[in-house]
Ligand binder design. Structure first.
Ligand code: GLU
Length: 440
């Protein structure tokens, strides 16, 4: 069985980029009858909070994702310690005593000499005396993984064949001076222990993957399949990081967007499929294929998402919204859904229908409106009433087209644009129509 994971750090809320990771993994799981793990990468206990974790849970649920399992890295430190001890014993991780300043100076010297800024493994060459000095000074080591300095190749599910020679990389630090773990090692241990079969994540992790494949082999794990999708850029072609707050899933939700609009957008962005609204996740599952994801960066445009949201609402049936609206009925919804961008906008049209409205009528329309009022049909009214009425008005006045419809729309709704009057008229009802057209 396929097992995927979405691994956010609860050091903040997730944004549309993380949301996309969650959705792509979720679609992959649904498509292949696999399992989806929500894994909190909370090894940074100082910055991770329960509140952020709860918020992420809410966000994930709002996106329609129901994880099969939830895991916390903070509950697995014993396991990480055990693996680290084994790697240490086998000489695969080694103690380093350089301070951040020393490393920085060394990198600058290398760069000045035109050399790549790769860690030179100086700590491996320390003599017993030098080590004793550091220990006497109370310096605590950080721990690096000793890369094999060999090619790592994999066939990426999105990028195709990838080749990285780890000789071009610095040995990664896995454990800090204070004993805390960086992301790299716990992630590998979890992927192995949780039998993750497919790792689908952003291309900012491609180099990590080469390192993590080496570590996976070092701990005797099965290397999962990897797929790295391209990053999201803003519509201006720049990274999203500056606007990340406004692009959190929380703020998209609070701005009144439909979750399926966000899901459709995130799922189809950067694929060969047209971005279109899907009311049902199954449609996205049916069309899902990682091979459709482009290697070029995808552009995220809030205006496009807003348009998609409107399109989605325009095709949403009453049954899907009725529990979220405490007003209206099916006829109301079918009348107004084509004229709203967000669900909350429906309230505006409910008010238009219900309100006491008295519009000023332009002088040249006064007689016309009075005549039209005389011709208001008797009830019962239905969708055909508008046509019957306006045909009668046309016959009785010299008006047609816009000159006929616009003054009626204005006096009946107070608006220049809006839903079809044929649909609105029965909702407004005869009495309100007479009232709105009276006393002029
Ligand atoms: N916590 C990592 C991140 O958010 C997870 C990356 C991964 O999927 O391995 O970047």
């Amino acid at each position: 069985m396929n097992i995927v994971r979405f691994a956010p750090s609860p050091t903040g809320r997730i944004h549309i980029g993380n949301g996309r990771a969650a959705i792509l993994n979720w679609l992959f799981a649904l498509k292949t009858n696999g399992q989806f793990i929500l894994r909190y990468d909370d090894t940074d206990t100082a910055r991770s909070t329960q509140e952020f974790a709860d918020g992420i849970k809410t966000d994930v649920e709002w996106l329609g994702i129901t994880p099969h399992r939830v895991e916390w890295q903070s509950k697995r430190f014993d396991r990480y310690d055990e693996v680290a001890a084994d790697l240490r014993a086998r000489g695969l991780i080694y103690a380093c005593y350089e301070t951040a300043d020393e490393l920085d100076r060394r990198r600058k010297r290398q760069q000045a000499r035109g050399l790549p800024p790769i860690y030179d493994r100086a700590s491996l060459k320390l003599t017993a005396e030098e080590l004793a000095v550091f220990q006497a000074e109370g310096r605590k080591p950080h721990w690096r993984f000793k890369l094999a300095n060999a090619p790592v190749d994999w066939v990426d599910m999105i990028r195709g064949p990838v080749h990285i020679d780890t000789a071009t990389l610095s040995d990664p630090v896995l454990i800090r001076e204070d004993g805390t773990y960086l992301y790299t090692l716990p992630s590998v241990i979890d992927d192995v222990d949780m039998a993750v079969t497919h790792v689908i994540r952003g291309e900012d992790h491609v180099v990590n993957t080469a390192v993590q494949i080496e570590i996976t082999r070092a701990i005797g794990g099965v290397v999962p399949a990897y797929g790295h999708y391209s990053m999201l850029l803003g519509s201006d072609g720049k990274g999203l990081s500056k606007r990340i707050g406004s692009l959190s899933i929380q703020s998209l939700r609070e701005s009144g967007l439909e979750s399926m609009a966000v899901v459709s957008h995130a799922a189809l962005l950067g694929t060969s499929d047209n971005i279109h609204p899907c009311t049902d996740i199954q449609e996205l599952v049916d069309g899902f294929d990682l091979a459709k994801l482009s290697r070029a960066p995808a552009r995220f445009d809030e205006a496009e998402l807003a348009g998609l949201n409107a399109k989605l609402l325009h095709m949403t049936p009453w049954s899907a919204v009725k529990d979220r609206l405490n007003f209206g009925d099916e006829a109301f919804w079918l009348a107004v859904r084509g004229n709203i961008e967000k669900l909350d906008d429906a309230k505006f049209w409910d008010d238009v229908i219900q309100q006491d409205l008295k519009m000023d009528v332009a002088l040249e329309d006064v007689d016309f409106i009075a005549k039209a009022r005389e011709l208001v049909p008797q009830e019962p009214w239905d969708q055909t009433t508008w046509k019957v009425w306006t045909e009668a008005i046309k016959a009785a006045t010299d008006r047609k087209g816009k000159a006929l419809f616009m003054p009626l729309r204005q006096v009946l709704t107070g608006q220049d644009h809006g839903p079809e009057l044929a649909a609105l008229l029965p909702l407004i009802g005869r009495q309100r129509v007479l009232d709105r057209m009276g006393l002029i």
